[in-house]
Unconditional design. Structure first.
Length: 596
């Protein structure tokens, strides 16, 4: 006899503590044996997720509480991975909306809550980080209610249950008067407020593909919820494709979830979330069903990409010196392999065999792919990100974003001015009591390319910036690029102290003495609008005469650290970012450079 089930998703704005709360639930549910060392943010298994402190891919786990199996799905909070959130909400019967006790609802809170309400879910609101300084838990609850009303929630949804918690300290409580000691109130709230899954085990099988994974041993792995029927290891099944065609195959592996592990199971019934192999061509939204009575579920629509860049083989003078995967075939195979699991990505071959058009949901989405490839030993080049235009009603349209800024008051004017130049329209402004202001803009996605670095400089690192896709609107004309020209290496060699010192008055450098450079490589930013070639490899002529004043120790200015994200934001249309396992370099596409 099957045990009771609850399927619940954890949704929130980025950095509001989803993964930390899931950690606490896992630790207190007995998933880990006594004395076992458990890493922080255990659900963030990817190295980049751990380093950046963000969730990139939704992840399933399962815990048992009072003889009930609770399937928990930890979802991403960043706007670039919103498609993951939208899909997994179709697998669950309830959700936990986490809100920071200090910040309250933020832009991505609006996005994920809207999707949950559209699915008819009644969220449990958890006000997290109540033990932090300046926390205002009751104010956060009031703001969440305002957001529910603004998004058109019904009366039942607006009467949401709420808890107060500290994921880091590992406790939850029903009110602010009674101090919590553990996560039991959250477990109880899940059992009480999340309904059991609806489904009939006696009907023909219907399992909807919601998430894709890949294993070199098992091939494509599809994860989804059984809406009706029973699925058995080794049984014959049919896959109903998006175009209505039916492909018959056999279930080669059936896996369930136990804590953080996938375990082989013999069968599963309606309401369970399982992983299945045997469907090499399965895609998101398609239905695995009974071959004798095939019945499709409504398709899940995956959001289309809004940003595109070109990936090409590295053809710089340093090509092949730092990476092991450098050929067009290797790059092509890796990009198409990414499509096995990254459903929001699009890869197309171009007229040139060594160039590929790669489209994604945003700079972070594409940047994560680039970083993963570089860590795997790939060496390649990428172009400036470009927005993807669409024709809507016979009119050329472009993607627009809803942008929210939290900035110190002294930076408000410069942010408004700069976003105005980028065709942004301010929708709202709230002056806080703590010397900070919240600004809301609607801005074309083009206007946000390269804005993050500029924003951090304007706010001296104290600003918080978040944005999410809004809609396609008619194009809004040209957006002027206000970046200065660049300093370009005149020849191949090694940068010297002497040459860099002599050129310091020309601009700001991205490299330090001892860096190997080549002709056409961008080494800094000019103080003027034009590009400028420099010889930064020349050394001081040595003589046998000693200067009367002796040698003076002169300190060079600290160069700008050109990280991958900063490089992608910085480059113009005639420039490339050269990516290798050891280096991030900027270069000009052509060799016709401006002379001094």
């Amino acid at each position: 006899m099957s045990i009771p089930i609850r399927n619940v998703a954890i949704i929130a704005h980025v950095d509001h503590g989803k993964t930390t709360l899931v950690d606490a639930l896992l630790k207190q549910s007995g998933v880990f044996r006594e004395g076992e060392e458990v890493p922080i943010c255990v659900m963030d298994s990817n190295d980049i997720e751990r380093e950046r402190g963000i969730t990139i891919l939704s992840k399933n786990t399962a815990v048992k509480y009072k003889d009930t199996l609770i399937n928990i799905i930890d979802t991403p909070g960043h706007a670039d991975f919103g498609g993951e959130v939208e899909r997994v909400l179709g697998m669950v019967d309830g959700c936990i909306l986490i809100v920071d006790a200090n910040e309250g609802p933020m832009p991505q809170t609006r996005f994920v809550l809207k999707k949950a309400l559209e699915k008819g879910l009644r969220p449990i609101v958890v006000v997290n980080k109540i033990d932090r300084e300046l926390a205002s838990p009751h104010v956060a609850v009031d703001k969440v209610l305002d957001l529910f009303l603004e998004l058109g929630a019904d009366d039942d949804q607006c009467d949401f249950p709420h808890l107060f918690a500290s994921g880091m300290a590992g406790y939850a409580q029903n009110d602010m008067e009674t101090k919590g000691t553990d996560m039991v109130p959250m477990f109880e709230a899940i059992l009480r407020h999340v309904p059991p899954p609806v489904g009939d085990a006696d009907k023909p099988l219907q399992l909807q593909v919601t998430t894709l994974d890949y294993s070199d041993y098992l091939g494509r792995i599809v994860i989804g919820k059984i809406h009706n029927g029973t699925i058995n290891m080794g049984q014959q099944a049919a896959l109903i494709k998006e175009d209505g065609s039916i492909v018959k195959t056999r279930i080669t592996k059936l896996l369930g979830f136990d804590g953080l592990k996938r375990i082989e199971i013999a069968s599963a019934t309606a309401g369970n979330i399982v992983a299945v192999t045997g469907f090499a061509d399965a895609n998101i939204g398609e239905t695995i069903t009974c071959p004798t009575e095939p019945m499709a579920l409504p398709m899940i629509k995956v959001d289309e990409p809004t940003l595109q860049m070109t990936f090409c083989v590295n053809d710089s003078p340093f090509a092949g010196t730092e990476g092991k995967n450098v050929t067009s075939r290797q790059v092509r195979d890796r990009l198409f392999r990414e499509l096995e699991t990254n459903v929001a990505l699009r890869v197309e071959e171009t007229d040139e065999a060594d160039k590929f058009a790669v489209a994604g949901r945003g700079e972070l989405h594409l940047g994560i792919l680039i970083e993963n490839m570089r860590r795997e030993g790939f060496e390649f080049q990428v172009s400036q990100p470009q927005v993807i235009y669409r024709e809507v009603g016979g009119q050329k349209c472009e993607p627009f974003e809803l942008l929210a800024l939290d900035v110190p008051e002294e930076a408000v004017g410069s942010c408004i001015e700069r976003l105005g130049q980028r065709k942004g329209e301010m929708q709202d402004m709230v002056v806080g009591m703590n010397g900070r202001s919240n600004l809301e803009f609607v801005v074309p996605a083009r206007g946000l390319i390269g804005f993050r670095g500029e924003f951090m400089r304007m706010t001296r690192g104290a600003g918080i910036m978040n944005h999410s896709f809004l809609e396609y609107r008619p194009t809004c004309g040209d957006i002027s690029a206000r970046r200065n020209g660049v300093l370009i290496s005149f020849e191949e060699g090694t940068a010297t102290d002497y040459a860099l010192m002599g050129a310091e008055d020309r601009g700001t450098f991205f490299i330090k003495p001892g860096t190997k450079v080549y002709k056409g490589m961008i080494v800094g930013e000019n103080n003027r609008p034009q590009d400028l070639e420099l010889n930064i490899c020349k050394s001081k002529q040595l003589t046998n005469h000693r200067a009367s004043g002796g040698e003076e120790l002169v300190q060079l200015k600290t160069p700008i650290d050109m990280t991958l994200e900063r490089a992608l934001e910085y480059i113009n249309g005639d420039e490339l970012v050269e990516v290798t396992p050891l280096s991030i370099r900027l270069r000009k596409i052509n060799k016709k450079l401006a002379r001094r």
